[in-house]
Design a protein. Structure first.
Length: 382
């Protein structure tokens, strides 16, 4: 059997890489003999954005993106099996014409490939990720329209409705996308269900990681706080002062952060990045997969919404934490009621109540996420 995966395997983002790695290995467990590969298709605009980032200097670490690019290229080469590359100049229509000749049995799209924005960092509608009719089985796994601009959704409503009808199975990742599909899909034969991100199925351990981190400057004699936050000066400074006064070493795991004691976001590959969370005593993150890894490693954390969204429901971190009944671990920094003092109080509350109150909710949620994920993956056997 030939299974092909169509997603953003090429972007230099740890969450995207973990999604791909986790989904591939989950499917391989269910179909060990299958030929499973990622289709090496890259929309021209997104490819150019990723390549041009390499030359963007950052104060404090001018070669940050160059190092990051090198690490991710090695990860894709070593861990994600790809088809032969498709031309960057192909239109979605031309791409599908070629794909239909490739004799595949199942095509799966996933991640936030249905996000509709005006920027160059995502595709416009109709992109290759809104599948056309085909002779093979077509599915979406943990697909998301996160950060979609509502005006664009209204503009393309009829076209989206038609494309949704081309799927046999749509697994959505969040409530916003679930509502979108339920509203716009008019084909009763399409099976629709919300499922967890496949990263909940990932169990990662990296040999020699602690020694590598020590060589990079991680001080294991101190408590460690991971920070995945960029560009929010007052918030970051407040977090740094709070944890530094308590004797923590502050480690930045996302973009370069000049307040951190140590920046590792450009030096660790996605599996090393994921495994590093296990060493933290606390984490502050505005990243979706950062939140997932805090949950999986059962470490106390505060997740932040740090960008304005068109619709309140369009927040995947809030949606995730609501399913764990952990909104105490969430702060919306775009809200008029947000303030730094309240954020620090939330951090202290989570720290003091983690073992006695929140940890059991995490354990219960992880069991449920694992169960839902296993059922979803094994459903493909049917």
């Amino acid at each position: 059997m030939k299974i092909r995966l169509l997603t953003y395997h090429f972007i230099r983002n740890n969450g995207a890489a973990l999604y791909c790695y986790s989904l591939y290995h989950a499917l391989k467990r269910v179909f060990p003999q299958a030929d499973i590969k990622f289709i090496d298709y890259r929309p021209l605009n997104m490819h150019l954005v990723e390549e041009l980032k390499v030359f963007k200097p950052l104060p404090g670490e001018p070669f940050f993106y160059w190092y990051r690019n090198r690490v991710f290229n090695h990860f894709v080469r070593d861990h994600l099996p790809l088809t032969q590359p498709y031309s960057l100049l192909l239109s979605p229509k031309q791409f599908f014409k070629k794909l239909k000749k490739s004799d595949i049995d199942c095509l799966i799209v996933g991640m936030d490939v249905w996000c509709l924005t005006k920027g160059l960092e995502r595709t416009s509608f109709p992109s290759a990720y809104w599948l056309q009719t085909a002779p093979y089985y077509q599915a979406a796994y943990a697909v998301s329209a996160y950060k979609t601009e509502m005006a664009l959704l209204d503009r393309y409503e009829a076209g989206i409705s038609a494309r949704l009808g081309n799927f046999q199975l749509i697994y959505t990742r969040d409530e916003f996308t679930q509502n979108l599909v339920n509203t716009l899909n008019h084909n009763p034969a399409v099976q629709v269900k919300k499922v967890p991100d496949p990263t909940f199925l990932l169990d990662v351990a990296v040999n020699g990681l602690k020694e590598k981190l020590e060589k990079m400057g991680v001080d294991f004699s101190k408590p460690l706080v991971g920070v995945l936050l960029h560009g929010h000066e007052e918030i970051m400074l407040s977090i740094y002062k709070h944890f530094h006064s308590a004797g923590y070493q502050v480690i930045a795991l996302s973009m370069y952060n000049h307040h951190a004691d140590l920046n590792l976001g450009h030096l660790l590959d996605p599996l090393e990045w994921a495994a590093t969370f296990a060493f933290f005593q606390f984490c502050v993150t505005n990243r979706f997969h950062g939140t997932i890894l805090c949950l999986k490693n059962k470490i106390p954390f505060l997740a932040l919404l740090s960008e304005q969204l068109d619709a309140p429901i369009n927040c995947k971190i809030r949606d995730l934490l609501e399913s764990f009944n952990l909104l105490d671990c969430y702060q919306d920094t775009t809200s008029a009621s947000f303030n730094l003092e309240g954020m620090l109080k939330a951090i202290k509350r989570v720290q003091s109540l983690w073992n006695s109150h929140y940890l059991q909710q995490v354990n219960n949620g992880l069991i449920e996420m694992r169960t839902q994920s296993e059922v979803a993956i094994h459903f493909f056997k049917k």
